[in-house]
Design a protein around this ligand. Structure first.
Ligand code: ADP
Length: 363
């Protein structure tokens, strides 16, 4: 098998393993040094001279897991190159929307990604268009991860249409602590922050681009999140300034893309996937929402079939779940009682997504 064929197997797996030193994927950080495939044996050398033994071990384990996830069934021999020959890759030449690439600010200047002390992982929940259920997935994912024992924060960065206050049934203006940081509100043991807390109900929210960016930065830097295993960020739909600001402001462990199955939604979802890839944010997977509906024992597909599956296959990323259209999910959102709290099967897709994400982030 040629070197290129080996790389075709390695790239999708390596793109989903985060290098703790650079905050990029081990693929983009050029940690893959040599690779070959002889019969069913894949041999890879990783340049990890600057990493601690614990980091080396974590990377090797995560890489093995991702090779399995993309369907490699042969044996894997991973060796570690101890000499320091890692080269920093230059920023790519095809910036997103002509504005930026990894390591570059929205206006072309270098940017510094500042980790938030106390927060182990930041996970973005994004969609190409509105109304596909992004906020529903983000809130239910937060609850499901919390149910699995994680300490969770939920940040509603959808400053144009904040839905966290309704979906988590938490309202009122947050107060500041002595350090002048905003204390997040709590609902269902989850620390919540939303633009919806700051403005009156029904008040139109007209934010210009720079203000949106300011608000998102404030939410990262000026909120007393404390110790969190995961901060889930519900992004506004699309691939605009708000998304770029966020991706450039903090190191993101991964992104979950929510789509519905029909072609028009999938086209937008692909745009979202491309944005994260170009900015070197690992894709954790795709959630296909409103996949089907079960009525009287019959399954129907009002939005068509296969959109989420095909996108996941195209990008060699997991299809994390196919969430049905269920009146209970809608009611849960409207009443502020997320379905993931339930002990009924309605919670299962959300618990499933949470289990997979937990494994990707912490194993
Ligand atoms: P987005 O954040 O993408 O704009 P929302 O999460 O606000 O979308 O969802 C839009 C509407 O669809 C809400 O009323 C929500 O309760 C409903 N909804 C989302 N997912 C489902 C589902 N799987 N079944 C039924 N209703 C859903």
């Amino acid at each position: 098998m040629s070197k290129n064929e080996a790389m075709a197997i390695i790239e999708p797996a390596a793109s989903r393993v985060r290098d703790p030193k650079s905050g990029r994927s081990i693929w983009m950080a050029k940690i893959i040094q040599k690779s070959s495939i002889v019969e069913e044996q894949l041999s890879v050398t990783l340049a990890l001279a600057e990493h601690t033994e614990e980091e080396q071990q974590r990377i090797v384990e995560a890489f093995r897991m991702q090779l399995g996830n993309i369907g490699w069934t042969g044996s894997v021999d991973i060796s570690i190159e101890k000499s320091n020959n890692i080269k920093t890759p230059p920023p790519p030449k095809d910036p997103v929307r002509g504005m930026s690439g990894p390591g570059m600010g929205a206006h072309g200047g270098p940017i510094k990604k500042l980790p938030i002390p106390g927060i182990k992982h930041i996970v973005a929940v994004a969609s190409g268009k509105g109304g596909v259920g992004k906020s529903t997935i983000a809130t239910n994912l937060a609850i499901a991860l919390q149910r699995q024992g994680r300490t969770i924060g939920l940040m509603d960065a959808d400053v144009y249409g904040p839905s966290l206050p309704t979906m988590m049934r938490v309202t009122g203006k947050p107060i500041a602590n002595e350090q002048n940081q905003i204390i997040p509100k709590e609902a269902y043991n989850i620390k919540c922050m939303s633009m919806g807390f700051m403005v009156e109900d029904e008040e139109p929210i007209i934010w210009r681009g720079p203000m949106v960016m300011g608000v998102i930065k404030q939410f990262f830097q000026n909120v007393a999140w404390g110790e969190l295993d995961i901060l889930i960020v519900d992004l506004p739909p699309g691939t605009g300034d708000a998304q770029l600001t966020m991706i450039q402001a903090v190191p993101i462990s991964g992104a979950v893309i929510v789509t519905t199955p029909q072609k028009i939604a999938v086209i937008d979802a692909v745009r979202g996937v491309e944005m994260f890839r170009k900015l070197d944010v690992p894709l954790l997977g795709i959630v296909e929402n409103m996949s089907h509906i079960d009525v009287g024992g019959i399954r129907a597909y009002p939005f068509g079939k296969g959109g989420g599956e095909n996108t996941a296959a195209q990008y060699a990323t997991p299809l994390l779940a196919q969430v049905p259209i269920d009146e209970g999910i809608r009611l849960g959102g409207d009443m502020g009682l997320p379905s993931a709290l339930s002990s009924d099967p309605i919670a299962n897709p959300f618990l499933d997504i949470a289990r997979q994400i937990d494994e990707m982030l912490f194993s």
